[in-house]
Design a protein. Structure first.
Length: 78
């Protein structure tokens, strides 16, 4: 199964948001708590709450940031 360009954009935002949230929430918790049997019990709700924030934020900011970058990107010429 191949994704359409629109589906690929949606998948990209979701996957980058999840990966970033996983890495950041893990790293931040690790700076305050040792990795032991309790670590992942503490990490899981932080990760889920982070995803609830990062995924919608990705959908809101990604088009705006892309438009801003495109505005300052040369598209041809000399």
């Amino acid at each position: 199964m191949r994704l359409t360009k629109k589906q690929a954009g949606i998948a990209f935002i979701i996957l980058v948001s999840i990966a970033t949230t996983a890495i950041l929430s893990f790293g931040i918790l690790w700076t305050h708590h040792q990795i032991d049997s309790e670590f992942f019990v503490l990490w899981r709700p932080d990760f889920i709450h982070g995803c609830l924030i990062s995924i919608p934020t990705g959908f809101l900011l990604n088009p705006r940031i892309k438009k801003l970058i495109d505005h300052y990107t040369e598209t041809g010429g000399t």
